[in-house]
Design a protein around this ligand. Structure first.
Ligand code: ATP
Length: 353
C-alpha cells in the first residue's frame, strides 16, 4: 500500500536546481533509502518531505492527500539527524519521553512507554544518564528510541550512522534493521555510503545531480545497474566498450574494443549491433595460471600488474592486451595464503558467460 508519494518535486536555490523533477512512491513498512554522492540533493529532498522546506514545483502526498501546506509539526513524521540532536540537560528517559510529553500523554503513560522503548533499544540501565555520559552508539540509540516512541507514520533518517566508526556502524546497521521490523514504521534513510544502503534497504533510489537514476531492490541495483553512473557508484566495476555481434538464448558474443571476442550472459533488450559497455564486478572475474584448463569459451591472456592484500580478499590488477586493465577479486579462503599470484605472473582471465 502506498504511504507517501513524491510527485514531480523540484527545488531550486537561485538558479541552481538541487532536486529536479523527482518522483518516488514509498510503501507502508518499507525501509527506503536515498543514496547518492555528496551534494546530489538527498537532504534537500528529505527536508521537503519533513516539511522544513517547500518545493518550487510538485506535490508530496500522504495517504493520497497533498501535505505541502502542513507545517513539520503537523506531519506524523519524525526526523533523526546525524548529530543526534538530544537535549543535553535531560536524562535518557526524559529525552525519549519528550515527544509523548509534547503530545499531552499522562506521566504514568509516559513512564510505561519509555520503559518499554528503553528495553527495545537495550538501554534500560542507562535511563538516568545524561547524553554526555553516553557513547556515540548509545546516543544514536536514544535518538532512534525518541524517534520511534510516538509511532510516527514515517521516520526520516539523515546519515544517522555517519559519526560512528566502522565496526560500530555495522552493529548499528543490524540493530536498525531489527528495530524497524519490530516497530513496523516506514523509514526513509539518507546516506552516501553504498554498502550501508545495500545492507539496510528494501529499496534504494540512486540520486545524481538532483535526479533519480534508478529505484530498485539492492540486489537489482548491484547486479543490474541501469546506467554507467549507477554501475560505477555502487561498488567496484570493470567497464569495457563493447558491441554485440551475436545474441543467442543465453549468451552474448561481444566484440570488446582492444580485446576481440568475448562471451557474456544475455541481458534484457540487448540485440545484435548494439554498442555499449560490458560491466563486470571484480568478484565475477576469474583468474587462472596460464596453461591451466579454463571452462570459458574465450580466454584473455594477461599479466598481474599489482595486487592489494586486504585480509579477507586480495584484489589483482591485470594488464590485458592493448594496455586494457581489469580488476579481479579473490577471496582468501585458506589461512596463510596472502595471495595466489605474484606481480608479473601470466594469467588467463575469464568470467561466466
Ligand atoms: P551530503 O551528502 O553532502 O549531505 P546531499 O546529497 O544531502 O549532500 P543537499 O544537502 O541536498 O545534498 O544539497 C544539494 C545541493 O543544494 C548542494 O549543491 C548544496 O550546496 C545546495 N544547497 C542545499 N541547501 C542550500 C541552501 N539553503 N542554499 C543554497 N544551496 C543549497
Amino acid at each position: 500500500m502506498t504511504l507517501l508519494e513524491v510527485r514531480n518535486v523540484t527545488k531550486r536555490f537561485g538558479s541552481f536546481t538541487a532536486v529536479d523533477d523527482v518522483n518516488i512512491t514509498i510503501k507502508t513498512g518499507e525501509f527506503f533509502t536515498l543514496l547518492g554522492p555528496s551534494g546530489c540533493g538527498k537532504t534537500t529532498l528529505l527536508r521537503m518531505i519533513a516539511g522544513f522546506d517547500a518545493p518550487d514545483n510538485g506535490q508530496i502526498l500522504l495517504d493520497n492527500k497533498d501535505i505541502i501546506d502542513l507545517p513539520p509539526e503537523k506531519r506524523p513524521f519524525h526526523t533523526v539527524f546525524q548529530s543526534y540532536a538530544l537535549f543535553s540537560h535531560m536524562t535518557v528517559a526524559d529525552n525519549i519521553g519528550f515527544p509523548l510529553k509534547m503530545s499531552g500523554k499522562t506521566s504514568r503513560e509516559i513512564k510505561i512507554r519509555v520503559a518499554e522503548t528503553l528495553s527495545e533499544v537495550e538501554l534500560s540501565s542507562f535511563s538516568h544518564r545524561y547524553p554526555h555520559e553516553l557513547s556515540g552508539g548509545q546516543k544514536q540509540r536514544v535518538a532512534f528510541a525518541r524517534g520511534l516512541i510516538n509511532q510516527p507514520r514515517l521516520l526520516l533518517l539523515d546519515e544517522p550512522l555517519g559519526a560512528l566508526d566502522e565496526k560500530l556502524r555495522e552493529n548499528m546497521q543490524r540493530e536498525l534493521i531489527s528495530l524497524q521490523a519490530k516497530a513496523n514504521v516506514t523509514f526513509i534513510y539518507v546516506t552516501h555510503a553504498q554498502n550501508e544502503a545495500l545492507a539496510l534497504s528494501h529499496r534504494i533510489a540512486v540520486m545524481n545531480q538532483g535526479k533519480i537514476e534508478q529505484i530498485d531492490e539492492p540486489s537489482r541495483i548491484y547486479n543490474f545497474p541501469i546506467n554507467r553512473f549507477v554501475a560505477d557508484f555502487i561498488g567496484k566495476i570493470n567497464m569495457l566498450d563493447a558491441q554485440v555481434i551475436e545474441a543467442s538464448g543465453y549468451h552474448l558474443k561481444l566484440k570488446v574494443t582492444g580485446l576481440g571476442e568475448v562471451m557474456a550472459p544475455v541481458r534484457e533488450h540487448v540485440k545484435i549491433g548494439d554498442q555499449g559497455i560490458l560491466a563486470i564486478r571484480p568478484e565475477q572475474v576469474r583468474i587462472d595460471p596460464l596453461g591451466s584448463e579454463v571452462a570459458a569459451k574465450f580466454q584473455l591472456v594477461g599479466k598481474i600488474k599489482d595486487f592489494l592484500y586486504i585480509g579477507d580478499v586480495t584484489t589483482y590488477l591485470i594488464e590485458l592486451p592493448n594496455s586494457i586493465r581489469i580488476e579481479a577479486l579473490q577471496p582468501n579462503s585458506f589461512p596463510g595464503h596472502a595471495k595466489l599470484f605474484e606481480i608479473g605472473d601470466p594469467v588467463v582471465v575469464s568470467w561466466q558467460e
